[in-house]
Write a protein that binds this ligand. Sequence first.
Ligand code: SF4
Ligand code: ZN
Ligand code: ZN
Length: 298
Amino acid sequence: MGKIRCRFCKEEAFIRLKQHRLNLCKEHYLSWFENYTQRTIREFNMIKEGERVLVAVSGGKDSLSLWFVLKRLNYQADGLYIDLGIGEYSKKSKEKVLKFAKEHNLKLIVVSLKEEGIPIPLVGEKTNRSYCSLCGRIKRYYFNKVAREGGYDILATGHNLDDEASSLLSNVLSWDLKYLGSKFPVLEEEGGFKKKVKPFFKFSEKEVLIYTLLRKIDFIEEECPYSEGASTLFYKKLLNEVEERSPGTKLRFYLDYLRKVYPLFKKKREDLKSCILCGEPSYKEVCFICSLKGKVKV
Ligand code: SF4
Ligand code: ZN
Ligand code: ZN
């Protein structure tokens, strides 16, 4: 049997992307990945020329690769790292992000939750909410606040297809209609919230990982100690088994949701009040984060 050849240069292919019916050599994998990101950005009207992007970076492969690709595509993209104050995990991930920004001469903004008085371990202990739900709310708050105060137009995150499709699947299983009307790879600026985009949402986790490794981007592989990843991992694994049997299903599942289901449940982001202390969108006079700061103050 002959060797599998790259679609573009006829060299021996190192990867076979079944779902795209595409065989590629390493060099053409890199250019395919970057061009595909650009096409997704254009198709979904994510970023226009001249707009300033703030990339939320955690030190993981998805966010660092996203930052890297956006810069390669000549977008104005700065990074935002939130130091969650979670022991060794935060220390290591911060080191990776600082190193990456320095190596590539990129502007990085760092917010320290310790300095803000609300490191995750402390707020988790002092309230009876789960670490991850608190962490999610705190991260969303600072992404929006820093983007607003820094005059950024868009906030970008590195979510990939496995993240989006697995989360969709678990919410479909519980028929969470609120979720079904609020998740989209582009959310326009509305009600005090900055525009949010996910340019990697069509790539599988594996595709992003291969890009990261080929570009030799050094990222943190450890999981956060509070990770409630078990159920997410289960859904990811399930979808990958389906994908194995029937390539393309995962992307189709998600794209069909965007096309057929989201428009039925789509909700405007609510026009909220502005918090009297920090100015961020809030249901109450004082927002969740400002009141959290008051509660955990020692
Ligand atoms: Fe935050 Fe939970 Fe993620 Fe840890 S696993 S970084 S606590 S959301
Ligand atoms: Zn090639
Ligand atoms: Zn506030």
